[in-house]
Design a protein around this ligand. Sequence first.
Ligand code: 9YT
Length: 129
Amino acid sequence: MIIQRLAELSGTDREVQADNWTSRRLLLKKDGMGFSLHDTVIRAGTSTCIHYQHHLEAVYCIQGRGTVYVPATDTTYQIEAGTVYALNGHENHILSAEVEMRMICVFNPPLVGPEVHDEHGIYPLIVEE
Ligand code: 9YT
């Protein structure tokens, strides 16, 4: 069994900072679960272009409020505590936080650990030898 505590991840390599968010990576590929599990804080007032071409992601908002905009369908979804959005079609999207948001995120395939978005909002698919 794996026991992981958010309070113990601060300052470790499982805490990944980007301009608009901080991702606390509770479970990673090396933990062998077949998915990764993150507790992510999205900074208030930010908008982030995201396009996970290699991963499926489900996102459960547990605090805060914002929107997800999908350009392909010109659709905006309101996101608040208790809302899940699941990118089952690798949708290109823009996540905007009206206030600070806290998200529980699950990735399949699991992230390896250090991934941050490239200039196209993509996480690389890291294949370990
Ligand atoms: C909600 C979202 O996709 N934010 C970007 C960070 C990502 N969820 C992560 O790596 O935790």
